[in-house]
Design a protein around this ligand. Structure first.
Ligand code: GSH
Length: 324
C-alpha cells in the first residue's frame, strides 16, 4: 500500500510517484485562488470566513499554522487537524490526541472535500487546504501562497502587525524561497522516495550542499534574508524541525544532522522559541506520520524512540540583532 489519489472523483489507494529514473516527482497543486484585502478576487479577507485543514506532521501545512499564529489570526481563521497516519483512504479525521475533526464539512476523509468542490476531481489530495465557508470551496492548497495571503491580505483582522514580507526584502524573499525549495524542502522527499541509487545520491548531494551554504549564511546574519524574520524562514524551519527526528533516518539524509551544524541548529531553536511557534510543533504527529504512513520505506512501521533533542536551550542568536 502506498499513497493514494483521486481519479474522476473516485479514491484509488495506490499511485505511482516516481519516474523511470527512480526520481520522486511532485505534481503542482491545483487550487490557486487568492484572498484579497479589497475582495477583488472574489475572496475578501474576513474574520470567521476561512478555515484551514492541516496535518501537524506535514511541513507544508505547518507553515500555514505558524503564519496564523505569528500574524494573530487564530481567532479569525479556524482549523481542523487530520490524523497523523495516512492509511488506505489517505488523510482522515479522527478523535486521536492532537487531532481536530472537521466541524465545517463533517468529512471523514480529506478526499471528500476535494470531491465536494469538484465531483470529477482527479489528482492528489493534500494538506494544507484553505477553505471558504461561505462559498464552500477550496480557495488554495499551495502552502507558499497561503502563507503569503495570511501575511499580507488580512489587514486589521490580523492582531499582530508583524510583516514577514517587507517591501525592501521582497525580491530576496522570493529568491530564497525558490532557492531552498528544490534542494531542501522537496530535497528530503526526493532522497526518501527515490527508488534508484543515482536518484537518491543526487538528491542527498544537493540537499547537503544547500545546507552547507545556508550554514555559512547563518554564520553572518540571524535569518535567511538578513536580520529580520521573513516568510523564507518559516519555509525552511518546518523542514529543519523534522530533519533529525525523521529525515536523517527515514529518508536516509544522513551525511550530517542539524545538531551538527552550529548555525542551523541555533537558528532552528531561535524560531522554535518565538512566541506561538512551539504550540504548532507536534513531534508525536511528525514521527508517527512518516514512520507509519510509508510502508514501502519502513515496512515494520516501528517508530524510533529518539533522538533526544532539546529545542528549548538558549540559542545565542540575539548576537546578530534584537529580533523581529
Ligand atoms: N506544494 C504543496 C505540497 C503539499 C503536500 O505535498 N502535502 C503532503 C503532506 S506533507 C500531502 O498531503 N500528501 C498527500 C499525498 O501526496 O497524497 C504545498 O506546499 O502546499
Amino acid at each position: 500500500m502506498g499513497l493514494g489519489v483521486l481519479a474522476d472523483g473516485k479514491w484509488v489507494s495506490e499511485r505511482q510517484q516516481e519516474d523511470e529514473k527512480g526520481q520522486f516527482v511532485r505534481p503542482s497543486t491545483t487550487f490557486r485562488n487568492w484572498i484579497t484585502v479589497d475582495g477583488s478576487s472574489g475572496f475578501p479577507a474576513e474574520a470567521n470566513r476561512y478555515h484551514l485543514y492541516v496535518s501537524l506532521a506535514c511541513p507544508w501545512a505547518h507553515r500555514t499554522l505558524i503564519m496564523r499564529q505569528l500574524k494573530g489570526l487564530t481567532d479569525a481563521i479556524s482549523v481542523s487537524v487530520v490524523d497523523p497516519v495516512m492509511g488506505e483512504h489517505g488523510w482522515e479525521f479522527s478523535e486521536g490526541p492532537g487531532c481536530i475533526p472537521d466541524s465545517v464539512n463533517h468529512a471523514h476523509y480529506l478526499w471528500q472535500l476535494y470531491v465536494k468542490v469538484d465531483r470529477h476531481y482527479s489528482g492528489r489530495v493534500t494538506v494544507p487546504i484553505l477553505w471558504d465557508k461561505q462559498t464552500q470551496t477550496i480557495v488554495n492548497n499551495e502552502s507558499r501562497e497561503i502563507i503569503r495571503m495570511l501575511d499580507t491580505e488580512f489587514g486589521d483582522i490580523a492582531q499582530s502587525d508583524r510583516d514577514l514580507y517587507p517591501v525592501p526584502l521582497q525580491d530576496t524573499i522570493e529568491q530564497t524561497i525558490d532557492a531552498i525549495y528544490q534542494p531542501i524542502n522537496n530535497g528530503v522527499y526526493r532522497a526518501g522516495f527515490a527508488t534508484k541509487q543515482a536518484a537518491y545520491e543526487e538528491a542527498v548531494t544537493e540537499l547537503f550542499d544547500a545546507l552547507d551554504h545556508w550554514e555559512q549564511v547563518l554564520g553572518q546574519q540571524r535569518y535567511l534574508c538578513g536580520n529580520q524574520l521573513t516568510e523564507a524562514d518559516i519555509c525552511l524551519f518546518t523542514t529543519l524541525l523534522r530533519f533529525d527526528p525523521v529525515y536523517y533516518v527515514h529518508f536516509k539524509c544522513n551525511l550530517r544532522r542539524i545538531v551538527d551544524y552550529p548555525n542551523l541548529w541555533g537558528y532552528l531553536r531561535d524560531i522554535y522559541q518565538l512566541p506561538g511557534v512551539k504550540a504548532t510543533c507536534n513531534l508525536e504527529h511528525i514521527k508517527r506520520h512518516y514512520y507509519i504512513s510509508h510502508p514501502k520505506v519502513n515496512p515494520s512501521r516501528l517508530v524510533p524512540k529518539g533522538p533526544i533533542l532539546d529545542f528549548e536551550t538558549s540559542h545565542g542568536r540575539e548576537r546578530f540583532s534584537s529580533g523581529i
